[in-house]
Design a binder for this molecule. Structure first.
Ligand code: 1CP
Length: 358
């Protein structure tokens, strides 16, 4: 909760409201950004991307820079999120992954055996020059606005590798987890190493915060999550460096969908900020997570398709409930839906700022 005004306006990403809220420090107003704010509903994104395959766009520093900046210019949000994808480290390591328009990541030869796990290529930090170029360009352009770097968490990446593409039940993934516990551990270890390399590259080049997306962890029971997944997500955060020694000491956001029952564990994995979806109100989330961590969320992205009065009512409710948290970063409960009117996003950012200005 903010008790005293912050020095305003922020003069550097490290002093920004986003970083301050993540650390539980007083803010000038509640920071707001939107998951999947880049590359969804913006016409300027569609025209820039036309004719370029998604995974090529992610490896072109100038295109990454421009697409990342578009929503910041348009909506006045308090953070940029790097335009990339959670499967990019796999692609750069040499795996055969494609992003099919309208579907998502697809892998021709899914991981189904111990031998498949052992045959996975490793990510070499030297292969991430394009990413660091993009981050450096962005940091130069963004001034005091922080850039959030991100990676996919080991579990969520494992779902794509094992299922071969997007899935609802993640049944093959769970079957592999139960039937091949040793290979499962080796697979998640490998994915944790590559996620840590991917995050380190972004932070070393100047990202001011990181988010680990464990989008599909909510399909697991708390016991399975704690035993079979959490240690690997913790390894990603630990792999960023020793915070006590000041190594890459940037705020760490950890998010998954449908994780109401997992929230304390999501925090325990090493987060400063726990991302919350719309299924659970922020005051209840604050009770579950405690006052050692901040919260991020949690407007239902579908609300943005409703009338303006509904949008405003829900935004006000979330701002109120967010006061129960140590610190609050306003966001959606999951990514922007593709049909969202960009004007509504701009309006929400303005309203959050107006309601919370000290
Ligand atoms: O703001 C931004 O858009 C930043 C860039 C970004 C991010 C943070 C993209 C671009 N992808 C992601 C993360 C991502 N990718 C997640 C975690 C966040 C979340 O849960 O939404 C996940 C699960 C993916 C996997 C993925 N990539 C999907 C979901 C498929 C499924 O299982 O339902 C999809 C559709 C993609 C493709 C993708 N990623 C990003 C874009 C702009 C696109 C569409 C590409 C295209 O033009 O076809």
């Amino acid at each position: 909760m903010s008790l005293a005004p912050a020095p305003v306006p922020p003069t550097s990403p490290a002093e920004s409201d986003l970083v301050r809220a993540a650390r539980g420090l007083p803010v000038s107003r509640t920071p707001v950004w939107f998951m999947r704010q880049a590359g969804r509903s913006l016409p300027e994104y569609r025209s820039l991307r036309a004719g370029t395959v998604m995974l090529d766009a992610c490896q072109d520093p100038d295109m990454v820079t421009e697409i990342t900046l578009q929503p910041v210019r348009r909506h006045g949000v308090d953070a940029a999120i790097l335009f990339s994808d959670i499967v990019l480290p796999l692609v750069v390591a040499g795996m055969d992954v494609e992003i099919k328009p309208g579907i998502g990541p697809v892998i021709d030869e899914p991981v189904r055996s111990v031998a498949d796990v052992d045959a996975l290529p490793s990510l070499e930090p030297e292969a991430l020059g394009f990413l660091q170029t993009a981050v450096r360009q962005l940091v130069a352009e963004l001034g005091a606005t922080p850039l959030i770097g991100f990676a996919g968490a080991p579990f969520t990446l494992a779902t794509y590798l094992i299922e071969g593409g997007p899935s609802k039940e993640h049944a093959r993934t769970k079957a592999f987890m139960y039937a091949e516990p040793e290979a499962w551990g080796r697979l998640l270890d490998k994915l944790a190493v590559s996620a840590a390399i991917f995050l380190r590259a972004q932070v070393d080049a100047g990202a001011a915060a990181v988010q680990l997306f464990d989008s599909w962890a909510g399909v697991l029971s708390a016991a399975d999550y704690a035993e079979r997944v959490l240690p690997h997500s913790r390894a990603v955060f630990d792999g960023l460096g020793d915070r006590e020694r000041g190594e890459r000491d940037v705020p760490r956001i950890h998010f998954g969908v449908g994780t109401g029952e997992l929230l304390p564990l999501i925090g325990d994995a090493g987060a400063d900020v726990v991302g919350v979806d719309w299924r659970i109100p922020l005051d209840e989330a604050a009770r579950r997570v405690g006052q050692q961590r901040s919260l991020q969320g949690n407007l239902d992205p579908a609300v943005l398709l409703a009338d303006r009065a509904t949008v405003d009512r829900e935004v006000r409710r979330i701002v109120e409930q967010g006061k129960a948290a140590r610190g609050h970063i306003f966001n959606l409960g999951h990514g922007v839906l593709p049909d969202t009117d960009p004007g509504v996003l701009t309006h929400v950012a303005e309203l959050v700022h107006e309601l919370t200005a000290s």
